[in-house]
Ligand binder design. Structure first.
Ligand code: ATP
Ligand code: MG
Ligand code: MG
Ligand code: MG
Length: 575
């Protein structure tokens, strides 16, 4: 590709509604364009990334023996009525009518349609096992579409469905997929964890989520550094002893100097009912005298709302302190003077609403922090003119430091982005839709199923959350829109530069390297800023000056500086 013929449209500023790095950077790099809430166009640059993600997914699904098909996006309601999901699913399911007033849905996933295919086509045990998959548009009318492609309403999912003759077969098919997913996520070049997830009404342990590790992730992952144990928070909580426990508070204030430092104390102080479902975190801030003595201690309550529809539990009405906003968990740690990651492992989501028990207008140059000697932070300034936060975080009943259920040490918690999910379904759908095959004994038997999703359009956003810096995106090679950019400096003036650039570009293409030649004639500063923002991992600079010494400049996107490389050696660097 030549940049002069490609569509490059970068922005200095991200739009105001972009809150997290991936959303901001995708907008600024011109990868996506917003059409409506949670609805985006994949611009040429963004589509290149999506296509690379799809290619890896497709290759590994095919390698695992799954068969690609494409099911309709618009599906008759009758099938969804058979399983009861037409009525049972909430407003996330988009229901539409055609000109004859017949009901349809826009696929949020496709168990009904694929089960309908299976009951017609899979008649004999001889045809089993089968795994059908598609890479296709989905629509979910999310309550809060946000973060760009991360939580869209229209998005691309790879969804696969396995059909087996019995449970043993279905579980084997599940394992084949779980292994294929590991290969897929390894190939993306991202740090991820496979975690046990709740398998809901079906029971059993056959549900895993694939979570890309990132501080801005919406999910909390509980894992044991000393063993294989890893689960999402829901699953971990399901195993944890129930009932109220002030563990979060204990973790923060091992030596509680203030007398009001537990959830229960603060709830009493504020006259609030405090139940297990009330997600809250109490922090104490100390005001110090010049001599270093604590002269005043305040109790702060972080109210954590998350997706649980808690209505701010009245505490939000306490005057004066609503509206403190923290962009990331790391910043919360910084504001409260905690060590990095101190609060994060408690499962906070961001942003967070901070509410206290008394009116404070502005606090300048405060000392604050958890009541642990080395967890204080000086010079903190909080103002009340900060924007209103939208969402409040979650504190869960499983906290860092709890014993691991497998007995191999204590638990740690980190944030993740769900990019994949594998799930054993059993006969949930085949039973509802009477999808049977003829078994060896000639009798009809229900198909055993599993379903397996990958968030194809979410994946690039997750990759960026994990890999970016102040200049822009840093793509892993496997999913970069281009692997190498050849920046030709002054090619309008220099026939030699042009010739060398064209030659190198041709050689890269010939050896199968996905290269783009920046032949736009832009100034180096502009050119470099664009490619650093876009995040192309390898950059080669060709200039008159370098060519005189027979050299080119090579720089990986993560390198601090360029290195000079003899013209003949450059291919070895970028492959
Ligand atoms: P989430 O918990 O994020 O809402 P989910 O559990 O509802 O996701 P699944 O039904 O498991 O999602 O769908 C399979 C995959 O599709 C998810 O693992 C995720 O990567 C992706 N996905 C789900 N919802 C969205 C969305 N609104 N936007 C982009 N990708 C999504
Ligand atoms: Mg969902
Ligand atoms: Mg989920
Ligand atoms: Mg899921």
């Amino acid at each position: 590709m030549k940049a002069s013929r490609f569509f490059i449209s970068t922005l200095k500023e991200a739009p105001a509604d972009a809150e997290i790095a991936s959303h901001k950077l995708m907008m600024r790099a011109g990868m996506i364009k917003k059409l409506g809430a949670g609805i985006y166009t994949y611009m040429p640059l963004g589509l290149r990334v999506i296509r690379k993600v799809e290619a890896i997914v497709r290759e590994e699904m095919n390698r695992a023996g799954a068969l690609e098909l494409t099911m309709p996006v618009i599906q008759p309601a009758e099938l969804w009525q058979e399983t009861g999901r037409f009525d049972k699913m909430g407003p996330e399911l988009l229901r539409i009518k055609d000109r004859h007033e017949r009901d349809f849905v826009v696929q949020p996933t496709s168990e009904e349609v694929v089960t309908d295919i299976a009951r017609q086509e899979l008649r004999s045990y001889k045809q089993l096992p089968v795994n059908f998959y598609q890479i296709q548009t989905k629509f979910r009318d999310e309550r809060r579409p946000r973060f760009g492609l991360m939580r869209g309403r229209e998005f691309i999912m790879k969804d696969a469905y396995s059909f087996d003759r019995d449970q043993v077969g279905a579980k084997a098919s599940y394992q084949v997929m779980a292994q294929a997913y590991r290969r897929i996520f390894d190939r993306f070049g991202l740090r991820y964890r496979a975690v046990a997830a709740d398998s809901g009404a079906i029971g059993g342990d056959l549900s895993e989520e694939f979570q890309v590790i990132a501080a801005t992730g919406e999910d909390a992952i509980v894992y044991c550094p000393g063993s294989e144990y890893a689960a999402n928070m829901e699953k971990a909580e399901a195993r944890a002893p129930s009932g109220p426990r002030p563990a979060a508070t204990q973790a923060l204030a091992k030596t509680p100097t203030p007398d009001k430092s537990t959830c229960e104390d603060v709830a009493a102080l504020l006259g609030l009912p405090l139940q297990r479902t009330v997600k809250s975190l109490v922090l104490a801030t100390d005001e110090f005298s010049a001599a270093g003595e604590v002269v005043k201690t305040q109790v702060w309550l972080l109210l954590l709302r998350g997706d649980h529809d808690m209505n701010e539990v009245k505490v939000g009405k306490i005057p004066g302190l609503a509206g403190f906003r923290f962009a990331t968990v790391a910043e919360i740690d910084a504001h409260f003077g905690c060590k990095p990651g101190y609060l994060g492992p408690l499962g906070l989501r961001q942003p967070v609403r901070l509410v206290a028990d008394r009116e404070v207008a502005v606090m300048a140059d405060w000392v604050c922090g958890a009541n642990v000697a080395d967890h204080h932070f000086t010079g903190v300034n909080w103002g009340r003119d900060l924007p209103e936060p939208e969402c409040v975080a979650d504190i869960r009943n499983v906290v860092a430091g709890d014993a691991s259920p497998d007995g191999h040490g204590v638990l740690a918690i980190e944030r993740g982005i769900e990019v994949g999910h594998v799930f054993y379904l059993g006969t949930k759908y085949s039973k509802a839709m009477n999808a049977t095959f003829l078994a060896e004994d000639g009798k009809p038997q229900l198909l055993e199923m599993g379903c397996y999703g990958i968030g194809v359009s979410r994946l690039p956003a997750a990759a960026i959350e994990q890999n970016h810096d102040e200049r822009g995106i840093v793509w892993p090679d496997a999913i970069a829109p281009f692997t190498v950019v050849v920046c030709a400096i002054g090619l309008d003036r220099s026939a030699e530069v042009r010739a060398a650039a064209e030659k190198l570009y041709g050689e890269l293409l010939a050896t199968g390297v996905d290269a783009i030649l920046d032949d736009r004639g832009e100034r180096p500063g502009v050119m470099f800023a664009d490619w650093e923002l876009i995040g192309v991992p390898h950059r080669v600079v060709i200039s008159d000056r370098g060519l005189k010494d027979g050299q080119l400049e090579y720089q990986h996107r993560r390198d601090a500086a360029a290195t000079k490389v003899p013209v003949g050696d450059i291919l070895a660097h970028v492959r």
